[in-house]
Design a binder for this molecule. Structure first.
Ligand SMILES: [Zn+2]
Ligand SMILES: [Zn+2]
Length: 255
């Protein structure tokens, strides 16, 4: 029966590594020098690096992925289901990894189970407040030798010491790109833009403030700057007039 089952599965030999998308909790080593990731369920107590090989947590007698076991790494074929999963409460502090799957794998309808992966890109999602995260701060949780990080926006991060995307990339060995997973809103959908910040460090419009993201028909930044310059010039003129009045008027000076 087992041999029949084995024969029923086709053997696939892709030309190159397969691409997958998965969630993982980000970690920073105790000495602040290295970063890594931990899985969501089985194997979640083990931090892995950019290049990682799975080990079976149930048995040392086989290497993942074994068909009759549940061991190995998991990933989705597409980005969308990984993003959808990231909305779940317990997965909010995760980051999204784009991985290259090498070695043996088992293909499922939505993704793969496999034994070896290389992280290509780290995509950082939103802060708990809904804005795109721009730094990763200590979450307060951790494993032996590793502090768990949490994606946060600059506003909510407050006084906490945070790792920038560049600092995280450096601690992953410098060959992995760390990017925001918040894509710019398409043209004609300004409402979505209120949740997006283009780059860390960029001036962010205050939520609920008088001036939200630029819409068609609103004055551009250049126009606003010109208005401010004009106002400043008028104030300077007024101050000169006041100074002249107080200085040139002898009756005023005598009183
Ligand atoms: Zn196993
Ligand atoms: Zn926030």
């Amino acid at each position: 029966m087992r041999s029949l089952l084995r024969r029923s599965l086709p053997v696939e030999e892709p030309a190159g590594p397969l691409t997958g998308y998965k969630l993982a909790y980000p970690f920073l080593s105790a000495d602040d020098r290295w970063a890594g990731f931990a899985g969501l369920s089985i194997g979640g107590q083990h931090v892995y690096g950019p290049l990682a090989e799975a080990a079976c947590v149930w048995s040392r007698r086989h290497t993942p992925p074994k068909r009759t076991c549940s061991c190995g790494f998991y990933c989705f074929h597409a980005l969308a289901p990984a993003r959808a999963m990231a909305c779940e409460t317990r997965y909010r502090p995760t980051v999204l990894l784009e991985v290259a799957v090498t070695g043996n794998f088992i293909r499922y309808q939505d993704g793969l189970r496999y034994g070896r992966q290389r992280v290509r890109t780290v995509r950082v999602g939103r802060c708990r407040c809904g804005r795109p995260a721009t730094v990763l701060v200590d979450s307060g949780s951790g494993l032996a030798g590793w502090r768990q990080l949490e994606p946060t926006c600059a506003g909510c991060g407050g006084w906490s010491a945070g790792l920038t995307f560049r600092a995280l990339a450096e601690r992953l060995g410098g060959t992995i790109s760390v990017v925001s997973d918040c894509e710019p809103a398409p043209a004609g959908r300004p409402a979505d833009a209120s949740l997006c910040v283009p780059e860390p460090g960029a001036v962010e419009p205050r939520a609920g403030g008088p001036r939200g993201p630029a819409r068609a028909g609103e004055p551009s930044l250049a126009v606003v700057a010109a208005e401010v310059a004009l106002l400043q010039a008028r104030l300077d003129e007024l101050q000169r007039d006041l100074a002249r009045l107080s200085g040139d008027d002898p009756s005023g000076a005598a009183r």
